[in-house]
Design a binder for this molecule. Structure first.
Ligand SMILES: Nc1ncnc2c1ncn2[C@@H]1O[C@H](COP(=O)(O)OP(=O)(O)O)[C@@H](O)[C@H]1O
Ligand SMILES: [Mg+2]
Length: 295
C-alpha cells in the first residue's frame, strides 16, 4: 500500500498540533484508513491523550531509533483496530542532543520507517516538537507532506516565515518532494469578531502568497481538553460535536491530495513577509479594546 506521511508542524506551541494530530489520526481510523500516529514530541502528549503509556521501557520512539528496533516491536495498539501509535517519550530529548552532531542524523526517522511493516498503513501522522531542532528536522525529512495549524487569536505570522525558511532548507538538501498541504485554523470562534476578521484577512493574504488555507476550520471547543483529560479521542467520546465533525471533514478534505500523484511534483516554499500591516491593525484593535475594557 502507498503510505502518506504527514507531519503536523508549527514551531509555536499551543496552536493545536497535538489536538490536530490525535484527532486527524483517529478521524482517518474512523474512515477505515489504517493509520499510524507517531509522537515525535518528548512531552508525549499525543500518546497520553490517547490513554497510552509513554513510560513503557522500550515501546517508544527514542528506544526504537536508538536501538533500531523493528517497527512491529514498538507499536502500541489502541481500542480502534485502524489506529496504532508509536509513543513519544522523554528519551527523545536526550537522543536529539546526542545525535545532532552525527552526520546524517536527520535521516534517522526516515530510514527507520523504511520497512515492510509501514506499507500496511495508508496514513502516518507525525506530531512534531515545537522547535527547529533535530526532532523537527527528522520529522520533516521523513514526511511527504506537512500541515500547519494556526491559532486564530495569536499572531499567526510569528515564527511562520522562520519555520518555512527552515523547511525550505530541508526541502533543498534533504527532502525535495515535501509538500505543504496547507494552513488549518484551529480554536476558531465564530462569535469572536477578531477571529472573523482574522479569517477573512487570512483568506485574502494566503491567496496572494499562494499558500493553501484549508476550507475546514476547527472550532473552539472545551471538548478538546475534556477528551485529552479523559484520554480518549473526540470521535470516541463526542462523535456528534461540531469539533469532531470538523476533524473528520479535515481528514476528508486532505484525502484527494494524499491520493494524488505526489511524485515528480515540486512546490516552492512560500514566502511570508513580516506580519502585514492590515493584520497588525486587527490585533491592535483587539489589544485596544481589551485595554479599554480593563480601564
Ligand atoms: N479547537 C480547540 N478548542 C479549544 N481548545 C483547544 C483546541 N485545540 C487545542 N486546544 C487546547 O489548546 C492547548 C494547546 O493545544 P495543543 O494541541 O496541545 O497544541 P500544540 O501541540 O501546538 O502545543 C491545549 O490545552 C488544548 O486542549
Ligand atoms: Mg503538542
Amino acid at each position: 500500500m502507498k503510505t502518506s506521511i504527514i507531519a503536523v508542524a508549527n514551531q509555536k506551541g499551543g496552536v493545536g498540533k497535538t489536538a490536530t494530530s490525535v484527532n486527524l489520526a483517529s478521524g482517518y481510523a474512523f474512515l477505515k484508513r489504517k493509520t499510524l500516529l507517531i509522537d515525535c514530541d518528548y512531552q508525549g502528549n499525543a500518546t497520553s491523550n490517547l490513554g497510552l503509556k509513554k513510560s513503557s521501557k522500550f515501546r517508544n520512539l527514542s528506544s526504537a531509533l536508538r536501538s533500531d528496533l523493528p517497527l512491529e516491536e514498538v507499536i502500541l495498539k489502541t481500542s480502534d483496530d485502524f489506529l496504532d501509535v508509536i509513543a513519544g517519550d522523554m528519551g527523545l530529548s536526550k537522543l536529539s542532543r546526542e545525535k545532532i552532531l552525527e552526520p546524517g542524523s536527520h535521516n534517522i526517522l526516515k530510514n527507520w520507517l523504511d520497512c515492510e511493516k509501514l506499507k500496511e498503513y495508508e496514513v502516518v501522522i507525525i506530531d512534531t516538537h515545537p522547535s527547529l531542532d533535530l526532532l523537527f528536522q527528522m520529522s520533516m525529512t521523513a514526511a511527504h507532506y506537512y500541515l500547519v495549524p494556526v491559532f486564530a487569536e495569536a499572531d499567526p505570522f510569528d515564527g511562520l516565515q522562520y519555520m518555512l525558511e527552515e523547511v525550505s532548507l530541508i526541502k533543498k538538501s534533504l527532502n525535495p518532494p515535501l509538500f505543504l498541504l496547507g494552513i488549518v485554523i484551529t480554536k476558531y470562534n465564530t462569535k469572536n469578531a477578531t477571529h472573523r476578521k482574522f479569517y477573512e484577512y487570512l483568506q485574502k493574504y494566503m491567496e496572494e502568497v499562494k499558500i493553501t488555507l484549508l476550507k475546514t476550520v476547527i472550532p473552539e471547543s472545551n471538548a478538546i481538553s475534556s477528551s485529552s483529560s479523559a484520554q480518549k479521542s473526540l470521535i470516541t467520546l463526542h462523535p456528534r460535536l461540531p469539533v469532531t465533525q470538523a476533524y473528520l471533514e479535515l481528514a476528508r478534505e486532505l484525502l484527494p491530495e494524499l491520493r494524488g500523484m505526489r511524485q515528480g511534483r515540486r512546490q516552492s516554499t512560500p514566502i511570508i513577509n513580516e506580519m502585514p500591516e492590515e493584520l497588525d491593525k486587527i490585533f491592535e484593535v483587539e489589544v485596544h479594546e481589551i485595554e479599554e475594557a480593563i480601564l
